[in-house]
Design a protein around this ligand. Sequence first.
Ligand code: ADP
Length: 500
Amino acid sequence: MKIAVVSPEAVPFAKTGGLADVAGALPKALSSLGADVKVFSPKYASIDEHTYRIETVLPNLRVPVGNGVEDFSLKGCRLPDSEVEWLFVDSPEYFGRDDLYVDKKTGQDFPDNDERFLLFCRGVLESLKALGWKPDLLHLNDWQTGLIPAYLRSVYSQDPFFSETKTVFTIHNIAYQGNFPSETSKKLNLPADYFYPAAGLEYWGMTSYLKSGIYFADLITTVSPRYAQEISSSNEFGCGMEGLLRARRSDLHGIMNGIDYKVWNPEIDRFLPFKYRADNLEGKRKNRLALRKQMGLPNPRKRLPLIGIISRLASQKGFDLIEACSKELMKLDLQMVVLGTGEERYQKLFRSLRRRYPRKVGLKLGFDEALAHRIEAGSDMFLMPSRYEPCGLNQLYSLKYGTVPIVRKTGGLADSIEDYDPESGLGSGFVFEEYSPEALLGAVNRALEAYRNKERWEKLMRYGMSLDFSWEASAREYLKLYQRLKRNPEPVAVESQSCF
Ligand code: ADP
């Protein structure tokens, strides 16, 4: 099967969040199951051509943008660890910037994001044609790729090159929608009726790239079964797309992300000063010491748990709960290390905790891949009090590193962490349901209680380390879906639009 994975970011080239981890790992897993895989992303200025030996594959390509045309080229490389070909849509005008979507100087989205990802979407389709490589399946990820199914259903609908090509559109976070002013519609060269009220791209007077993906793709997936159910059941989770998702209920599937154990594995992790494994946790103890030192935290005289947080500092992640109970939290027998970037409000919160409790809170505001690995390895517990969480990766990394997750019961957190029962000793972490500071404190207290019994705690750690969330199982699920589409030659129709 020929599969083109299209994603606005992919590890190791560019990353702002979990999508990049997925787009970096799933193609390799599909390829090792026998699929022929190419991955398309934009060529941002921050991707160093020299490091990855990126070379021009096709020069002088062009796509229409509004009434004009824009030039781009296709570049590409291979990495030593797989057969996957990594291809980059290179337009210095649109992507020759270090930042991916948000201009660091202004803190705002780039004002031409509509044109940037229009060029990307059409650029991928034109590149496939120019390469002469007919994919059976286009696996699209997030709003930045949402125009592709719309183009396939219109501009390219009579093109024999794509006559067999099916699309799967994956929602990694439905809150990010790529909604642009209605004028954007004039740039896209799509049929005018796509922009009528309630049609495929129209969303409350705006032009929505995410809606386009959900509306026109043959199948839709999201990154955990629970999130699939959440986003189609209420406005709180569906962010306005719940009606359309309900209409496409039979085409919506939740497949849990896996993790790449070649990258996230304490036995071989290249970022760790000390490697370790479930049957010898000495290295974890040493990593904890090193982490405390790096983060400027004193070594406590008694056994005191270190709680890690690595996150985008966004309201989605539940930091208002920490804000609301920070005083009570700081009275407990614990230390915390926090790594994150994002909203000023939460930067301020953690800066102030660091200032007021320098013996308890370590902080780095920034994006730091190496430190993220060290926090996973050096912490005893990992806190994710998310308001919503499509899948979440850090709780899965935590399990593998013997770092017990404390999570809110939502999305992929609910699907991956079983609440610990001290009576039976069953469970993999501490789960709280109600979105409240009291419930969060309750879960932290239960974790601290369990931590006091060293033997039981180590059993809990080892249980988490033994769980398998590798990509293989998820990649097989995706392949099953792709194959289902291949057998079904008819485009899947949207059942109804009554929700709009
Ligand atoms: P999301 O995609 O919503 O940000 P996920 O848990 O799915 O959340 O994935 C987040 C990924 O980004 C993880 O690999 C995490 O380690 C990483 N990450 C988040 N913030 C930082 C940071 N400040 N520095 C390094 N890595 C980070």
